[in-house]
Design a protein around this ligand. Structure first.
Ligand code: NDP
Length: 480
């Protein structure tokens, strides 16, 4: 069976313990490869390699750094079909989604930061014509990057691309549930001529390999994307060590539909924003708030379209909803559907596990599920479910919609549907979310700062913010 090896000091190496973890294809419920079960000794080797590579990587000409990162991006595009297939098998998502969204966005992450590095600049100020102050931004050192299983290569590259572009060397860990594309990526880095030790990928379990990265004293900055509970644990470890920390965490995102919206666009996009990637996107809208005069019409149409979504084999081109990422996660999502029922929710669509036939008979599939009749304070409407499950609630007034939207501990993203320009700006200004989409969803511009408010995280990634995160600024003041 294929073994997923660590990438340390420019080579693919087995974990020192010789131990491996099963890697399961969630559409089949079967083990299909083995993952290095790394521990603190493997992490120590990776950090040593990154530390050794840092002086050269942080000082080579930025054009050279940029050229290598561009080459990696080109290789991702060259292998797009192969990577999309690997991501679909590993994660359970429709292969078409991986081909159209995940992998192209991973390539774009690399090329964007390859270019951004060249244009990155520091500020200078003349102070009262008496002194000149200028800022030096040096790469901070070895960075630790930890990413989740829902958008594997996309989020993995989202962290490492700015770190490498800024001149840091990296020790990274993808989720043990979806390691395959990061493994293929390590081979592309070797082919692209990335100098040894600049990027090191350690596979394994979060509490073991991940925790060892967080705890390592020679790692200066941590960029983490994952659940809020894990984020709290990471912050508790890293804060007393004074590490620089960026945390992109969970969400419970509102999708607000005003009666004056473009109805067709609002319903159509809401189906995508609710059920894409089986609802396993941190930015999915999981609470749909609909103005009462449109509530019945919207709910009827939304339920009709949710029922029509094709759930099935991720490798089929017409599949819209694939397999849940793991059996444990499927069971968690199903337990939330039961919770919703016990809280008085009415299941208007879905609500069950699906048993497929043939190749996917043991896979982890759930019907797209629509629930109504719940109040905003119940657990179903407060906790992140992270699956193909949405609730719909009516509201009467704009202020009520804003209050409902802001009524959870999270603040990652929000979507707003209205044709009223003033209302769009007014409501956006009052929503406590890191990103607000008006009449669209999941558009991204890599120049913008990205990240959550409240328990959805701290720090902003994207654009200059991301490059700055991986540097340490100091000011030089020269008397004129
Ligand atoms: P987890 O928090 O469980 O895991 C995220 C990563 O952290 C994994 O690589 C995991 O490894 C690792 N990890 C777990 N425990 C530790 C630890 N003690 N120290 C260091 N690393 C650790 O999240 P999921 O993988 O379940 O991802 C889903 C979550 O991610 C959702 O809450 C979702 O909202 C959020 N997310 C947020 C995004 C954002 O931009 N804000 C984007 C995408 C997802 P392993 O898997 O091997 O245990």
């Amino acid at each position: 069976m294929q073994k997923i090896l660590n990438y340390i000091n420019g080579e693919l190496v087995a974990p020192l313990s010789g131990q491996y973890i099963d890697n399961i294809n969630p559409a089949e419920g079967k083990v299909y490869s083995l993952i290095a079960d790394s521990d603190s000794l493997d992490v120590a080797n990776a950090v040593a390699a990154a530390t050794q590579a840092f002086p050269e990587w942080s000082t080579i000409k930025v054009e050279k750094r940029s050229e290598i990162l561009h080459r990696i991006s080109e290789l991702i595009n060259r292998d797009l079909d192969k990577l999309a297939l690997a991501e679909s098998i590993d994660q359970g998502k429709p292969v078409k989604l991986a081909r159209v969204v995940d992998i192209p966005r991973a390539a774009a992450n690399m090329s964007f930061f390859a270019s951004a590095a060249i244009h990155f600049a520091s500020e200078a100020h003349i102070t009262d014509v008496e002194a000149v102050n200028y800022t030096i931004r040096n790469p901070i050192g070895v960075a630790g990057c930890i990413s989740p299983w829902n958008l594997p290569l996309y989020l993995f590259t989202w962290k490492i691309a700015p770190a490498l572009a800024a001149g840091c060397t990296v020790v990274a860990k993808p989720s043990e549930l979806t390691p395959m594309t990061a493994f293929l990526f390590s081979q592309l880095c070797m082919e692209a001529g990335l100098p040894k030790g600049v990027l090191n990928i350690v596979h394994g379990l979060g509490p073991k390999a991940g925790q060892a990265i967080i705890e390592h004293p020679d790692i200066a900055a941590i960029s983490f994307t994952g659940g809020t509970v894990t984020g709290k644990k990471i912050a508790a470890t890293a804060a007393p060590m004074f590490k620089k920390l960026s945390l992109e965490l969970g969400g419970k995102n509102p999708n607000i539909i005003f009666a004056d919206c473009d109805f067709e666009q609002a319903v159509n996009t809401s189906i995508h924003s609710s059920f894409s990637n089986q609802g396993e996107i941190c930015l999915c809208g999981s609470r749909i708030l609909v103005e009462r005069s449109l509530y019945e019409k919207f709910t009827d149409e939304f339920v009709k379209r949710a029922n029509a979504l094709i759930v099935g084999d991720p490798l089929e081109e017409n599949t819209k909803v694939g397999a849940m990422n793991s059996e444990a996660h499927m069971n968690k999502v199903l337990s939330y559907i039961e919770l919703a029922k016990s809280e008085g929710g009415k299941i208007l669509a879905g609500g069950n596990r699906i048993k497929m036939e043939g190749r996917c008979k043991d896979g982890y599939f759930i019907e797209p599920t629509v629930i109504t009749g719940l109040n905003s304070t119940c657990r179903t409407n407060q906790e992140e479910i992270f699956g193909p499950v949405v609730t719909i609630m009516p509201f009467d007034k704009e202020e009520e919609a804003i209050a409902l939207a802001n009524s959870t501990a999270y603040g990652l993203s929000a979507t707003l549907w209205t044709e009223n320009l003033k209302r769009a700006h007014r409501v956006s200004a009052q929503l406590k979310s890191g990103i607000i989409w008006v009449n669209c969803w999941l558009f991204r511009d890599l120049r913008t700062p990205f990240g959550g408010m409240k328990q959805s995280g701290v720090g902003r990634e994207g654009g200059w913010e991301a490059l700055r995160f991986f540097t340490e600024a100091k000011n030089v003041c020269v008397k004129l």
